[in-house]
Design a protein around this ligand. Structure first.
Ligand SMILES: Cc1ncc(COP(=O)(O)O)c(C=O)c1O
Length: 402
């Protein structure tokens, strides 16, 4: 306790207090478990905003980082390094034919995507610059991504934001179509809204948006920062979106962050080749993007998910959780809705719970609350069934108690 308090005091003195951190110091992780400096054990049903997709200290990720650390750390992007190519090759296998730009975060991937969408019209229609996004969306916290994000709260204090970003109601195709004008360059959508409260669309919405983009020559960007890399039970959540004639809808650009690095800082902008080829030298870049150690880990994230059939595991975990949560009579009166796909699940309560996270932590559970009353579950996708069951039991106890 004394040691923990000392660390908290040091943090208060030297860290910017821009996060609402719990007064807990996490010291160690092992699979889907976390341990704090007082030796308390927690089941991790949130995986650091979904990023620790294979849990903590996965042996294959440690080996990949270790092997790469002994070989090459960093040379910068004036040279080729093979791990970048290996990650991009896996994305071609698991997503769609495309080319990758690597950065460190979701926001940077989205920023790159919006830049590329504007580049598309640089010569032919330079006035096509507007990016349309959805209310309740979240795309990052740079000035341009704040302008893209559909949550007024995160924008307070940062005016003026860059012009050319427009938001419309999620899932309302007519409003979206009405917002498009001759200056529109792109539409950016999360396949499932994460920060906004695990919001899904009707099945025909993505298809209509895709058709609209095709008809008007707009760039469709899917922000899969939350939903990518198996979290929803498919490699990428847009693979749930089917075309009217069969097959799946693909975006022109997909962005990744969080899980793709398994917890290390990796962002990816992945674009269809014709579009990707517009990004010529000088148009974009970053010094540490595609760092070999991060890339070796990202490659291994894809490999472990594939080799261990984790998409099947996610679907089994999901089915179990949805059945368990929807049948639990102790929490039923408090629950407005349960929704999500795979292990990106939200339990919307009828009223915002008080001190929910603290009460869950007291019971040994790490979880998250978003949009004031949506409990968000995003465990490591390889969480063992038994621990998942224990975590859900604890979650139910906590909801029953608030
Ligand atoms: C859908 C989505 N896009 C982008 C971001 C920004 O990612 P990062 O925090 O890595 O910049 C987030 C972060 O939560 C997100 O949920």
């Amino acid at each position: 306790m004394f040691q923990t308090q000392q660390i908290l005091d040091r943090a208060g003195n030297v860290l910017i207090q821009n996060y609402a951190r719990q007064p807990i110091v996490m010291a160690r992780g092992e699979g889907s478990l976390l341990f704090d400096t007082d030796g308390r054990r927690y089941i991790d049903l949130f995986a650091g905003f979904g990023a620790a997709i294979l849990g903590h200290c996965h042996p294959a990720l440690i080996d990949a980082a270790n092997a790469q650390a002994h070989q090459l750390w960093h040379v910068g992007n004036t040279y080729h390094t093979e791990p970048q190519i290996e990650v991009a090759e896996r994305m071609n296998r698991f997503a769609f034919p495309g080319k990758a730009f690597f950065c460190h975060s979701g926001l940077e991937a989205n920023e790159a995507a919006c830049k590329l969408a504007r580049l598309r019209y640089k010569d032919s229609s330079p006035r096509r610059y507007k990016i349309i996004s959805l209310h309740q969306s979240f795309h990052g916290r740079s000035l341009a991504m704040l302008a893209t994000t559909g949550n007024p709260k995160v924008k307070v204090g940062f005016d003026p934001l860059p012009p050319g970003f427009v938001q419309v109601d999620p899932g309302d195709f007519d409003k979206l179509a009405a917002a498009v004008d001759s200056e529109t360059a792109a539409i950016i959508i999360e396949p499932i809204q994460g920060e906004g409260g695990i919001n899904l669309y009707s099945t025909d919405y993505p298809q209509r948006v895709r058709d609209l983009c095709d008809k008007l020559g707009l760039t469709l960007i899917f922000d899969e920062v939350w939903t990518g890399c198996g979290r929803t039970g498919k490699w990428f959540a847009h693979q749930y979106f089917s075309k009217s004639g069969g097959g799946v809808i693909t975006p022109d650009i997909m962005t990744l962050g969080k899980a793709v690095g398994g917890g290390l800082p990796v962002g990816v902008m992945f674009a269809k080749p014709d579009l990707a080829n517009l990004m010529v030298p000088g148009t974009h870049g970053c010094t540490l993007g595609g760092n070999p150690i991060c890339m070796a880990v990202a490659r291994t994230v894809f490999d472990v998910i594939e080799k261990e059939n984790l998409l099947d595991h996610v679907n089994a975990l999901s089915e179990f959780a949805l059945a368990r949560l929807s049948k639990e009579t102790r929490i039923a009166p408090k629950v407005a809705a349960i929704r999500g796909r795979g292990v990106m699940l939200g339990i919307e309560l009828k009223t915002p719970p008080e001190k929910f996270l603290e009460k869950a932590l007291e019971r040994g559970l790490v979880i998250n609350l978003t949009a004031q009353k949506v409990i968000r579950l995003a465990p490591p996708v390889n969480i063992p069934q038994q621990l998942w069951q224990q975590g859900l039991d604890t979650l139910i106890d906590t909801v029953a108690a608030v």
